[in-house]
Write a new protein. Structure first.
Lengths: 285, 356
């Protein structure tokens, strides 16, 4: 489910621009660090805020900062290249990704920073559904991911902005002719996608209890894989893909060993591309 | 090949060149053979000109980068496919040499044989990966190849248990000293010549390929896949071919790298390396193969100079990648972006002549 959360962001950007946002994983990493900074700062500061408020504050900070970061990245690295061949934007994204990773090393150091989740949510808190017991943090991730999916879908399908977004996704030029401010729509999509990545960063940081500079890259690849498996550009597909990938990895780790986890991810990706190139829920183009 | 009349500034010669390149003349086009000849001469004379070992070592590394970049260019430059897995094939070659010519498994195959084997394996793996992904949109290829490179590195890192295949983090040490045509290649200078010999050979071969029917098919696919297909180019097959050729180049470079270092470690093959290869391509731009040599040498030597600045180097590098893509999407040495001038001309000229 962790993947699903980030896959949502990939799917948003890809659905509109047909472009892989290579710096997405790094925005997610920044979200994780923002979460670490807010949480450990507030825990150390003796103000004694209640735990849920700390988490909400961390999430809010991540949404604002990552959203802003996403806006900046789009303006600087992607918008000037929108009309060039796709390779330019991807290399540019790779540049952003290297830049952010290096900046994270410079600011936070290369060693992982610990998020003291247990001081907010006691380890003993679990939720039992039938015979399965899950930690509270995991449930939180699932609920938030599901909530965001419903919210996003409502936004895209019900609002005026959502309509503009869909029009832009269908045909950017035609949307311009219809009087849609495409630049603003694209900016908004990046801000939303990056804010989602920020939320993901905080929650995954809580779940893994640590963040480091390389944290975004792998999860980013996995999340993109999840988005492709589910059908990229499809909001529900992102969730389904994340679920499928998570289950497959858990099964692989359980029955084989964690060594082969990444191989399974890759095999799954290739398999889906072979059999259903548009993904599980994607409509063939 | 635009038929639009251009202002005659420097007479026919310049016009002829600008027509051939579809833009103003680039610096490589102005004196290709003189520059190339001088370049080769300088490269070959280097060990005699320079007394100390360090510059030669850096230049030998640059030679490897030339092989890697030139072979990556076949896929990314000529055919216009975004492969992010080039370093994976490089790792494949390096580890094959470690498997087949070291005390690790007790196999000691001769160097040329390993080169051939690595080329064959890389081509096969390349086709295997290309088969599902090359049918699809270019972006999927980027993702699959990226995943491939990361998986090769992960396997190299983690296949030391339960059976020690790759040596894990510790890598494989004590690789054989290669023999080639009865000569033992030991020490820096012989390797320098071996690397640059292969690099020049690769450049010539790839250059010839580009001129051939195959190369024209690749360029056609890059420019317009659908048009190429309807003109009778077997798009999928030529894409596969480009992918295999580039994989072979990377694997050969990997074998030589492993033989030179005498050891292999997973950490030599990170995704950052692929990004650097792309940076080399970007710097060389559309200037063709000589441009690639300049790009590869420049971006190998420059970070060495900047080594004192440590991590800041990568910060600048990332920012540079973004800025170059923004302001010079066709590279430093390409004098003009390839498509922009036509659009500009159309905008400025009152009545564009519809000659076709």
């Amino acid at each position: 489910m962790v993947y699903a959360l980030i896959a949502l962001g990939y799917t948003m950007v890809y659905g509109i621009l047909r472009m892989i946002n290579f710096s997405h994983g790094e925005v997610f990493m920044v979200g994780g660090f923002v979460g670490w900074w807010v949480i450990s700062g507030l825990l150390a500061s003796r103000i004694g805020l209640p735990a849920p408020l700390i988490i909400v504050l961390a999430l809010a900070a991540a949404i604002v900062l990552c959203g802003g970061l996403g806006y900046g990245i789009e303006r600087i690295a992607y918008r000037p290249l929108r009309n060039s061949r796709s390779m330019g934007a991807i290399i540019s994204g790779l540049g952003v990704s290297i830049f952010l990773q290096t900046a994270a090393i410079l600011i936070f150091g290369a060693r992982p920073r610990v998020i003291e989740t247990w001081r907010l949510i006691p380890n003993g808190w679990t939720v039992t559904i039938g015979s399965v017991t899950v930690s509270f943090v995991r449930v939180l991730v699932v609920v938030v991911a599901f909530g965001l999916m419903v919210g996003l879908e409502a936004f895209v399908l019900r609002t005026k902005w959502g309509k503009a977004t869909r029009a832009t996704a269908q045909d950017l030029e035609a949307a311009t002719f219809m009087g849609i401010d495409v630049d603003r729509v694209v900016s908004m999509v990046y801000v939303i996608g990056s804010a989602l990545a920020g939320i993901g960063g905080v929650l995954v940081g809580l779940l893994y209890t640590q963040v480091d500079f390389a944290f975004g890259f792998f999860i980013g690849i996995k999340a993109f894989t999840a988005a492709v498996i589910g059908g990229i550009g499809n909001i529900r597909g992102a969730l389904l893909g994340g679920l499928v990938l998570g289950v497959a990895e858990a099964v692989a780790t359980g029955f084989l060993s964690s060594t082969y986890r990444d191989v399974i991810t890759f095999a799954l990706l290739v398999g889906v591309l072979l059999l259903r190139p548009s993904g599980l829920l994607g409509r063939p183009r | 090949m635009s038929a639009r009349p251009r202002p005659r500034v420097l007479g026919g010669l310049r016009d002829a060149m600008s027509d051939r390149l579809g833009g103003r003349p680039t610096w490589t086009a102005s004196a290709p053979w003189v520059v190339t000849g001088l370049g080769v001469l300088v490269i070959l004379m280097m060990p005699r000109l320079v007394g100390s070992a360090y510059p030669i070592r850096v230049l030998a590394a640059a030679g490897l980068a030339v092989i890697l970049t030139a072979s990556l260019n076949v896929v990314a430059g000529y055919t216009g496919l975004l492969s992010l897995g080039h370093i994976g094939f490089y790792a494949l070659g390096a580890y094959l040499y470690a498997f087949l010519a070291s005390p690790h498994f007790g196999a000691h195959l001769p160097f040329p044989l390993v080169l051939v084997a690595a080329a064959a394996v890389a081509a096969a793996v390349g086709l295997l990966i290309g088969w599902p992904s090359l049918r699809l949109r270019g972006d999927y290829l980027a993702m699959v190849t990226l995943a491939f490179a990361e998986i090769v590195r992960n396997l190299a890192l983690s296949l030391d248990r339960p059976i020690n295949l790759t040596g894990g983090v510790n890598g494989i040490l004590g690789l054989d000293v290669p023999w080639l045509a009865g000569v033992q290649i030991r020490g820096l200078t012989p390797f320098y010549y071996l690397i640059w010999g292969i690099a020049l050979l690769a450049l010539v071969l790839i250059g010839r390929l580009k001129q051939s029917r195959i190369g024209r098919a690749w360029l056609a696919i890059r420019e317009d896949e659908v048009a190429a297909g309807s003109a009778g180019v077997a798009v999928f097959r030529y894409k596969m071919l480009a992918f295999a050729v580039s994989a072979i180049g990377a694997a050969v470079a990997g074998v030589v790298f492993a033989a030179w270092q005498g050891s292999v470690f997973p950490e030599s093959f990170t995704i950052q390396q692929t990004a650097i290869l792309y940076a080399m391509l970007v710097v060389s731009g559309a200037a063709g193969l000589p441009g690639i040599v300049v790009g590869a040498v420049l971006l190998t030597v420059l970070p060495e100079w900047l080594r004192d600045y440590g991590i800041y180097r990568m910060l600048v590098f990332g920012a540079l990648l973004v800025l170059v893509m923004r302001y010079r999407p066709q590279g430093f040495f390409a004098a003009v972006p390839r498509r922009a001038p036509d659009a500009a001309a159309e905008a400025s000229s009152p009545a564009p002549a519809p000659v076709r």
